[in-house]
Design a protein around this ligand. Structure first.
Ligand code: NAD
Ligand code: FES
Length: 273
């Protein structure tokens, strides 16, 4: 059992939990994820690690309360326990000692972006970040990013913070103004990562993306997290979750991600969650 040592509401849809998980905290690296089960017969949900403290033995997760299991998780409070918390899983992000990198975080995707940017900064890389959200309320981890970024930009769909529009509007603007980046790391909704790649690919700016398909075992056995990358079948849980954005079949990912929406909504209604 894994104790929740801190719980914080970030906005109306997003929550943060710091969980006592000493083994995971000791071993995890940016880009890796955990799979948790809220209770004994719960569904397994993969969540990217947002931060970790090796000395305290804790791992921070940030999640959107959207489906059946995240709603169950959200009912837990500080001092309560999570049944299973398995990790670190997946490959750590291959972070290169570039001169300058641009991170793009869309909504809750800013959470897994944060440890990658933090590590790049510690390696001496100059980092800019664009954070996007539907409105100001959905911009997350602003203070944490400000501490480590050279420049930070915002985009909100309704214009309540930064540029009115998508993160790709800011990206286009930065590139038009002559900013040069050795790599872009984009994490957020699939449609956002696809749109980022449509800007960076013609300019040949290497672009890493992080995929979060439906996962079950998280060990490459069930095939649930199958994605097509460069025409080959990959399993996001063991081969990823990070992939070369130029090679990802985003349309297939989007189709597969929505497979069980109807069933999930049905179970939520049945259980009154
Ligand atoms: P959202 O729908 O509010 O979008 C966030 C931002 O993405 C928008 O503000 C916008 O700037 C950008 N965006 C959205 N559509 C775009 C488009 N068509 N073109 C260009 N930019 C666009 O995001 P949310 O509701 O917070 O959802 C976050 C998503 O991130 C979820 O779908 C979740 O599955 C995903 N996620 C991914 C990972 C990962 O590891 N890959 C981790 C956590 C979350
Ligand atoms: Fe089963 Fe990846 S979650 S193969």
């Amino acid at each position: 059992m894994y104790k929740i040592v801190k719980k914080k509401t970030i906005n109306s849809q997003v929550e943060l939990m710091v969980v006592e998980a000493p083994f995971t905290a000791r071993k995890c690296e940016p880009g890796q994820f955990i799979i948790l089960r809220v209770n004994e017969d719960g569904e397994r949900i993969p969540l990217t690690i947002a931060d970790y403290d090796r000395e305290a033995g804790t791992v921070t997760i940030i999640y959107q309360v959207v489906g059946y299991s995240t709603k169950l998780l959200s009912k837990k409070q500080e001092g309560d326990y999570i049944n299973d918390f398995v990790g670190p899983l997946g490959q750590a992000t291959e972070l290169k000692k570039h001169k300058r990198v641009l991170g793009i975080g869309g909504g809750v995707g800013a959470a897994p972006l944060y440890p990658q940017i933090k590590k790049l900064k510690s390696m001496g890389v100059s980092v800019d970040v664009i954070i996007g959200g539907r409105s100001e309320e959905y911009i997350i981890l602003e203070d944490q990013f400000k501490e480590i970024c050279d420049n930070i930009y915002f985009a909100t769909n309704d214009g309540t913070r930064g540029t009115k529009g998508f993160v790709t509007d800011v990206l286009n603007d930065l590139l038009e103004k002559g900013n040069k980046y050795d790599e872009v790391i984009a994490i957020g909704p699939l449609i956002m990562m696809k749109a980022v790649v449509s800007v960076t690919k013609p300019l040949n700016i290497p672009t890493g993306v992080s995929l979060n398909p439906i996962m079950i075992d998280g060990t490459g056995m069930c095939g649930g997290c199958r994605v097509t990358v460069g025409g080959e079948t990959k399993f996001a849980c063991v081969d990823g979750p990070d992939f070369d954005g130029f090679l990802v079949d985003f349309d297939e990912c989007m189709r597969r991600q929505s497979y069980y929406k109807e069933e999930e909504n049905h179970v939520c209604k049945l259980d009154g969650i």
